[in-house]
Design a protein around this ligand. Structure first.
Ligand code: MSP
Length: 701
């Protein structure tokens, strides 16, 4: 058993609020961390937020606040949600933290010192509105649909090309383990290049061919925007313009800085020595390449040990496509927490979706799983068993009169082994399936033995003995299941553990789980429902909660909610590949907005309103406080349009508002709705208006 386990999630971009897609990875990591800890392993579980880059800078500009204020706001949303969900991360890293910045600069300087970072110029086709280089000849049409410009940029480059063979060797020899097999093959074929059509190939140590030179050097600095970590000296003095560190190099370094890299303090150095290398990087499949090609290369170049394993899971789909802010199909975790609780979400994600593959989320499937497995399955088994012990034995675990049912004991041994094998192999769904066979077997055993029945042919004594045997056996099976599933449904498991009279499950030693741990004479704790059946309207309640919270601007932090509403997000969302814009990188597709039905559109109550009052909000450069007349009511709306319109020019103007947006507080003022405007490059707003005269309150449909 290793004496430490260091596991990480990706650090999440702060230009989208957390949702159950981002929660998915964090929940899986939490379940792994909890299991490791319960097995007595010194575990360090890291998560956090990725806060630099141009997209964030633009989002902040559109919101009319500084990037720091913007990232503070969204990062704390992540942290608050993780806390509300009871996720047991040991450290929450932010790439804007001073210690992270110092560590990222140290790594950059180290790579530079060792000769792996050099300054060079790149000439390529540049798409100005997306601020990204695009592959192709001069005049190529960029992702914005316009011809590109030829631009020459000076940049620092990392000699990634030198690491092609070393990284191939590491992966082929499984010194760096990549799961699943499909992901490992993808990474290897990227590293090897187009072997089938190559004029020349070479052999890896393992004797497998690759195309030398297929891996190109990587640009690791930007000078076209500011929001990032400055390139440190001495490299900084080589350029006239100020450069910042490429945001993926910055972001990946979090795994080092969070455990002390870059600090001179002895305690930080000891922490780094203890925890690095990471035992497990858990990631979504779209960022495998960053973790399995670039990251190992950076570490090799810096002379640092490599992580042991990268496990990539699939995507959580909603309404047929990957759940993501840019598609606008996110589901907030809060909705599920409010209606069914955190355990329901955890169980669903880990049971329903095969880890490594894509899987769909739906409220319907969530409630079905909840009712069948948690309420009617485990929850009901616990309630009926413990209620009978309460009733027949005054809440004290009886001494089994006969040999305990061998069947269940044997079954449970097999299940303990299966569960461990599946779980430790990231097959959470199969592990849970195995645990639930014990739930079903125990249920079946109870039903078959019917301890509640008074048979005429048995004496009271015999009846009591039978009950004692059956109920203590069932309780023991519940103890085993509970210990196994604790990492996945910790709140419920903790309740059941206490109800079994075993105290605090967090204190329990679950290392050597074997049949027979429940001692006769143990007094049950206070009984209570574990998983009440979901109410009939649970699905509609969750759908309504989502509708009320899913207005586009909600995806941004508070101050951004004043940004104009546009058909597409005012700020381009990060591409689905998870790349930041990288010079010389691949072209980035324009955001494809998901289609909606007419019913979806009908949910947005767009109305004509007239502006009656318009004034600036003190200390908020971009914000105007408006009072608008809808004909049937007057209301206050805060809008981020102060840079585009002088307040006095707006009085009397008829505009379109989203009338059914949930109220929000901004700068202490309540905003009831949102003004509709087009958003031009740089966040400038142009209000939607009418040529004809139009009656107030008219609905747009
Ligand atoms: N900031 C980078 C990661 C840097 S790590 C050094 C990034 N951030 S992200 O906000 O886009 O988060 C991506 C991660 O969130 C995915 O890799 C995955 O772990 C998780 N997910 C986000 N949406 C998800 C789904 N719809 N389904 C599954 N995982 C999801 O990329």
């Amino acid at each position: 058993m290793p004496d430490k386990f260091y596991l990480t999630t990706p650090i999440y971009y702060v230009n989208a609020r957390p949702h159950i897609g981002t929660a998915y990875t964090t929940i899986a990591a939490d379940a792994i961390a909890r299991r490791k800890r319960s097995l007595g392993v010194d575990t360090f579980f890291l998560t956090g937020t990725d806060e630099h880059g141009q997209k964030i800078e633009r989002s902040a500009a559109a919101a009319g606040i500084t990037p720091q204020a913007f990232t503070d706001s969204v990062s704390s949303r992540f942290r608050e949600l993780w806390d509300r969900m009871g996720l047991t991360y040991d450290y929450f890293v932010r790439t804007t933290d001073a210690n992270h910045k110092r560590g990222a600069q140290k790594l950059f300087a180290e790579l530079h010192k060792r000769g792996y970072i050099y300054l060079s110029t790149y000439t390529g086709q540049y798409c100005v509105s997306e601020e990204t280089f695009v592959e192709g000849p001069p005049g190529t049409i960029g992702p914005d649909g316009k011809p590109t410009e030829t631009v020459t940029e000076e940049n620092f480059y990392f000699k990634l090309s030198e690491f092609q063979r070393p990284v191939i060797d590491l992966i082929e020899s499984n010194q760096l383990v990549i799961e699943s097999e499909a992901r490992r093959n993808e990474v290897l074929s990227f590293l090897r290049g187009d072997v089938a059509n190559a004029e020349k190939t070479e052999m890896s140590t393992n004797g497998l061919p690759y195309v030398p030179g297929a891996l190109k050097d990587l640009s690791v600095s930007r000078s076209s925007f500011d929001w990032g970590i400055p390139v440190p000296e001495p490299a900084a003095s080589e350029t006239k313009q100020k450069h910042i560190i490429y945001v993926w190099l910055d972001a990946l370094t979090n795994y080092l800085t969070a455990v002390g890299y870059g600090s001179d303090a002895p305690e930080d150095q000891a922490r780094f020595a203890k925890y690095w290398p990471a035992d497990l990087h858990l990631v979504g499949k779209e960022i495998t390449r960053f973790h399995c090609v670039y990251w190992p290369a950076f570490l090799l170049a810096a002379g640092l040990p490599l992580p042991k394993k990268v496990v990539a899971h699939g995507w959580l789909l909603f309404e047929e496509s990957k759940m993501s802010k840019s598609r606008g199909n996110i589901v907030r975790a809060e909705t599920i927490l409010d209606v069914l609780g955190a355990d329901a979400l955890r169980y669903f994600l880990l049971r329903e979706i095969v880890f490594g593959q894509d899987g769909s989320f739906s409220f319907d499937a969530l409630v079905k799983r909840y009712n069948s497995d948690l309420a009617n399955g485990y929850g009901n088994l616990v309630s009926r068993t413990l209620a009978m012990i309460q009733r027949y034995f005054d809440g004290v675990l009886p001494e089994p009169a006969a040999q305990q049912a061998d069947g269940l004991a044997t079954e449970s041994h097999r299940i303990i082994t299966d569960f461990a094998r599946f779980f430790d192999n990231f097959e959470f769904s199969r592990a849970l399936e195995a645990a639930w066979t014990l739930v079903a077997a125990t249920d079946g055993y109870l039903t078959a033995s019917a301890p509640w029945k008074q048979s005429e042919s048995t004496s009271d004594e015999q009846q009591k003995a039978l009950r004692a045997t059956v109920l203590s056996t069932a309780a023991e099976a519940i103890r085993i299941v509970t210990a196994l599933i604790y990492p996945v449904i910790p709140d419920a498991a903790a309740k059941v553990w206490a109800q079994l009279g075993l105290g605090d499950i967090k204190e329990a030693d679950l290392k050597n789980l074997t049949w027979g741990g429940l001692k006769p004479g143990t007094k049950l704790g206070e009984l209570g429902p574990v998983f009440p059946r979901a109410e009939k309207d649970a699905i509609t309640r969750m759908q309504e909660l989502e509708q009320n919270n899913n207005a586009p601007a909600e995806a941004k932090p508070a101050a951004d909610e004043t940004a104009p509403v546009t058909g597409t997000p005012a700020v381009p969302a990060p591409p689905e590949t998870g790349t930041h814009s990288v010079p010389a990188g691949p072209s980035i597709p324009a955001t494809d907005s998901a289609q909606i039905t007419i019913d979806d559109f009908a949910k947005v109550d767009l109305r004509v309103a007239q502006i009656k009052v318009a004034e600036r909000v003190p200390k908020a450069d971009k914000l105007l406080r408006l009072e608008v007349d809808l004909g049937y009511e007057q209301r206050q709306i805060l809008a981020g349009i102060a840079e585009a319109y002088a307040p006095e020019s707006l009085i009397g103007r008829k505009v379109v508002i989203v009338a059914n947006l949930a109220p929000r507080k901004l700068r202490g003022l309540e905003s009831n709705g949102m003004i509709v405007a087009a958003s031009l490059e740089g966040g400038k707003a142009v209000l939607a208006s009418f040529i004809e005269d139009i009656e107030l309150g008219a609905r747009l449909k």
